[in-house]
Design a protein around this ligand. Structure first.
Ligand code: SF4
Length: 221
């Protein structure tokens, strides 16, 4: 039975508030590292974020996708893309799936700059690496659950995560270490290897995605 909270802690913000505050603080620190690099390179924050997104989508993306991922208006996204094109970091090409549509891709100079920008976040990776492996896995699992909840509330953009992939089969194995399965490579998929941005991802139907989130990450409705 839960013990009542001593009154001396009455002013403590709720658990939810402190979790959101911690995520927000971590996000600010990481953005600070990225923006410091961006400023040195003459980029604004949105342009730096676009380079990072395009680095993971070498096949090219639409302007609308960039705007959605960054939660900015199409007009703002267009301004940032124009600046990146003028700097020789982004190029426009015909979309492979629709010859009338425009795909945005990094130039070689853009790839090199985006890769150097990624280095500015190494300090965060080092901090995560210093945590015990079990804590790292619990953190990944908890963050995935939070992303799942945000997606259910339509507050998180599309991602190429295992849980939203049609190759993903949740809880197919009895092995607690590797309960899931990737049908593409036909192999067990441990929680610690669940991906957030897999190039082989193929979106599952929305109802299947919902089932996967619920099966994998039980969330109170
Ligand atoms: S194809 Fe990629 S995203 Fe899909 S289940 Fe396999 S590893 Fe995950």
């Amino acid at each position: 039975m839960d013990q009542p909270t001593p009154s001396v802690w009455n002013d403590t913000p709720s658990l939810q508030e402190r979790i959101v505050s911690a995520i927000s603080r971590i996000s600010s620190v990481m953005r600070g590292g990225m923006w410091q690099f961006a400023t040195q390179e003459g980029l604004n924050p949105a342009q730096a974020d676009m380079l990072q997104l395009l680095l993971s989508r070498r096949e090219g993306v639409r302007l609308s996708w960039l705007a959605q991922q960054l939660a900015i208006s199409p007009a703002s996204a267009s301004d940032s893309v124009s600046a990146l094109v003028n700097k020789g970091l982004v190029q426009k090409a015909r979309a492979a799936d629709d010859g009338r549509a425009v795909a945005l891709l990094l130039t070689q100079a853009g790839v090199e700059l985006a890769q150097r920008a990624s280095q500015s976040l190494l300090f965060a990776g080092d901090a995560v690496s210093a945590l015990p492996p079990a804590t790292q896995e619990a953190l990944l699992s908890g963050l995935l659950q939070l992303i799942g909840q945000l997606q259910r509330n339509e507050r998180f953009p599309e991602i190429r995560a295992c849980v939203t992939c049609r190759h993903f089969q949740s809880n197919r194995h009895a092995d607690a270490e590797a309960p899931h399965h990737c049908g593409l490579v036909d192999a067990p998929l441990p929680v610690r290897l669940l991906r957030l941005d897999c190039p082989e991802h193929a979106a599952a139907d929305a109802s299947v995605q919902g089932d996967n989130w619920r099966a994998l990450l039980p969330i109170d409705n």
